[in-house]
Design a protein around this ligand. Structure first.
Ligand code: S3P
Length: 169
């Protein structure tokens, strides 16, 4: 089996990118990286703080810079933020020598898995479900367009998703 140099996970908030990414990296003997956590480390502040102080635009600029940096790394499984696909200039960085996996997840599961979460500024409002639904309508076509592999994660354990993915890499 010849493995891709980089495996990149895309999909909405609550898709399980970090959990599945960590397990997949362990199975492949790759390093697991999470672009959101790296942005936070670089900035010395968490995502809600970045959104508060610099706005979503500020966060997106940091995200674009981080994805460009990470495009140079090999032997990694990268979990991206749900909005990483929104800027067309990010696409080449995501694609570079990578197999892109879209973790497709129903709105119900996204809602369930992000409930009580305080670290996602876009969902801190009265109707997070409506936000997730709107984002999904805009982003699902982009995730599909970029993905080499689309896998459904509803009603599957992270372990099962990883086993199914390894057979398809
Ligand atoms: C975002 C998703 C978050 C994070 C930020 C914005 C989005 O990442 O990047 O809060 O626009 O969907 P996760 O998908 O890992 O929650």
């Amino acid at each position: 089996m010849s493995l891709p140099k980089r495996v990149v996970l895309v999909g909405p908030m609550g898709a399980g990118k970090s959990t599945i990414g960590r397990l997949l990296a362990r199975e492949l003997g790759y390093q697991f990286l999470d672009s959101d956590r790296l942005i936070e480390e670089r900035c010395g502040a968490n995502i809600p703080w970045i959104f508060d102080v610099e706005g979503e635009d500020g966060f997106r600029q940091r995200e674009t810079a981080m994805l460009a940096e990470l495009a140079e790394r090999e032997g990694i499984v990268l979990a991206t933020g749900g909005g990483a696909v929104m800027k067309p200039e990010n696409h080449a960085c995501l694609r570079k020598e990578a197999k892109i996996i879209y973790l497709r997840t129903s709105i119900e599961q996204q809602v369930e898995r992000t409930r009580k979460d305080r670290n996602r500024p876009l969902l801190q409002n009265d109707n997070p479900e409506a936000v997730l639904r709107n984002l999904f309508a805009i982003r699902d076509p982009l995730y599909r367009q970029l993905a080499d592999i689309v896998i459904h994660t509803d009603r599957k354990s992270p372990r099962l998703v990883v086993r199914q993915l390894i057979n398809r890499l």
